[in-house]
Design a protein around this ligand. Structure first.
Ligand code: FAD
Length: 475
């Protein structure tokens, strides 16, 4: 429904009160309108859980039948796959904490790759190891010396400059943001190192190519991953379907705590009420009253749902500045199980960028190949895309054989565009309208569009609501 028309048809409707489970949570007042959380992605779920823990009545509304948003399970041709292959690192502390809080043990649910191992094995090129970096640990000295060794083909003076440049880059964020490519050149990184290490790493982390990606955000990720404990640098590959990692147990936990959950329900409009709070229009004509609203959808959907108000112009501008980048995941099915492949291999100079056999997830005949920033790598159709990826894999891993079937899942708005300068433009969780908040991966400054950013964004929104309520109500 058009937002203005929706306002004109404004009607009073009974508020659906939520009864909270007894326990440590604060009991809501009888006439307290719930907080409406729109979107059961990782951000919305984290926000709803945090509010329920603080004793606030919550109604969670999700357009899709299943939770998880851009990080969700997907059954394809009878196989348990995901909407896209996801990888975490040990530094994703809020994700891991949220998983634990809903009863999922990360040590069981995630396959752990110790830091040095994947770098040594990581980047395959035409059947051989394309690039080898094998630091003994994340200590700066070990990182620097292994980089020096890996640059064996370069003159000693260039190796030294590159080593010192990398150490400086890791230790210090750039004063002003600039594209990663320019930052790497300033750090004396040789072109071969950029092509074989930094480019694939930046694309994987940022879903944005080095020519455009924000050096500030990339540096912040590198620093959080490599300058913390060894555990922060571990790569974590899901063993469970994405839904089972957090979204489904989170939903169960919310229901058990008395939160109202409305799945398969699309919010069509949000209107502030004269007496305070909001009225939400739902597809099918239902209405719902809320004291506060957290808009935890992806940026474009959030922009469409914002009420018409001059006070929201900066929020609207920030949301539209985020842009979008796509990720395609090519799923290939092989006649024989792929148990001999390493859990993660980088593919240099190919249409696909990372290969992950799915035997870890109980699907031994399937492999996932990730294509980040996929808008830069067009294919005429899905079939030609998976066939090209399969041909290149067969050439790289001669024992692999031929895939007998493939599927391509492309998410055109998988992430925001993490270009230089984007952090300054990102929206705050507090909007210009009292009681209306945003949540999502786009809100967590300093991080690219990731599950960790989504969870942090959700927690920030819940914290803002609780803080504002503590100051005597919504701002
Ligand atoms: C293919 C792919 C690969 C990725 N790989 C990684 C990775 O390896 N590591 C990593 O950390 N991150 C990865 N990401 C990014 C990560 O998935 C996202 O950053 C994260 O899921 C965003 O969560 P969110 O809750 O902010 O938003 P979303 O997941 O977009 O959640 C928004 C929710 O709002 C719902 N919604 C929208 N409109 C309405 C409406 N009108 N009414 C009700 N509900 C509505 C949507 O259905 C959705 O469930 C990947 C993403 C994709 C797509």
């Amino acid at each position: 429904m058009d937002r203005l028309a929706y306002r004109a048809q404004h009607q009073e409707a009974p508020v659906n009160q939520t009864s909270m489970a007894a326990g440590s949570v604060r009991q809501p007042l009888a006439d307290e309108d719930p907080v409406a959380v729109i979107g059961a992605g990782w951000a919305g779920l984290a926000a709803a859980l945090e509010l329920v823990r603080a004793g606030r009545p919550v109604v969670l509304i999700e357009a899709a039948a299943n939770p998880g948003g851009r990080g969700r399970s997907l059954d394809l041709d009878g196989a348990h796959l995901d909407n896209g292959q996801h990888i975490l690192v040990g530094a994703c502390r809020q994700v891991l904490a949220q998983m634990r809080a809903v009863g999922v043990d990360p040590e069981v649910a995630l396959h752990v790759l110790p830091f040095a191992l994947p770098l040594r094995e990581l980047l395959a090129e035409g059947g051989t190891r394309g690039f080898s970096l094998s630091p003994r640990s994340t200590r700066p000295w070990h990182l620097a010396t292994s980089l020096y060794r890996a640059l064996g083909g370069e003159k000693p003076s260039r190796r030294l400059k590159a080593m010192l440049g990398a150490a400086r880059m890791l230790a210090q964020a750039p004063d002003a943001d600039l594209p990663v490519a320019a930052w790497l050149r300033r750090g004396h990184q040789p072109p071969a190192l950029i092509a074989r290490l930094w480019e694939p790493l930046c694309l994987a982390v940022m879903n944005t190519p080095v020519a455009e990606a924000s050096a500030k955000i990339f540096q912040s990720v590198l620093q959080q991953t490599l300058r913390g404990s060894e555990r922060d640098a571990r790569l974590l590959i899901p063993r469970l379907p994405l839904g089972a990692l957090f979204p489904e147990p989170a939903l169960a936990s919310l229901r058990a705590s008395g939160a109202e959950v409305r799945m398969s329900t699309r919010v069509t409009g949000i209107a502030p009420r004269a007496q305070g709070g909001f009225e939400l229009g739902l597809r099918g004509g239902d209405r719902l009253h809320a004291g506060q609203v957290i808009l935890a959808t992806a940026p474009r959907a959030a922009e469409r749902l914002l009420p018409v108000s001059d006070a929201l112009a900066p929020t609207r501008r920030a949301l539209s500045a985020l842009g979008a980048r796509s990720i395609c995941t090519v799923y290939l099915r092989y006649p024989k199980p792929l148990v001999d492949l390493p859990p993660l291999t980088g593919l240099l100079g190919q249409h696909g960028q990372w290969l992950l056999p799915r035997h870890l997830n109980g699907e031994p005949h399937w492999a996932a190949v990730v294509i980040s920033a996929a808008e830069m790598y067009p294919a005429s159709d899905a079939r030609s895309r998976w066939q090209q990826v399969a041909r290149e894999l067969e050439a790289t891993f001669p024992g692999l054989g031929n895939a007998d079937f493939g599927r391509v899942v492309c998410e055109p708005s998988a992430t925001f565009d993490a270009r230089a300068g984007i952090d300054e433009l990102r929206p705050d969780v507090r909007t210009g309208m009292s009681g209306l908040y945003l949540a999502g991966d786009h809100c967590a400054r300093g991080l690219p569009s990731t599950l960790e950013a989504a969870v942090q964004g959700g927690l920030q929104a819940a914290t803002a609501i609780l803080q504002d309520a503590g100051r005597g109500g919504a701002r």
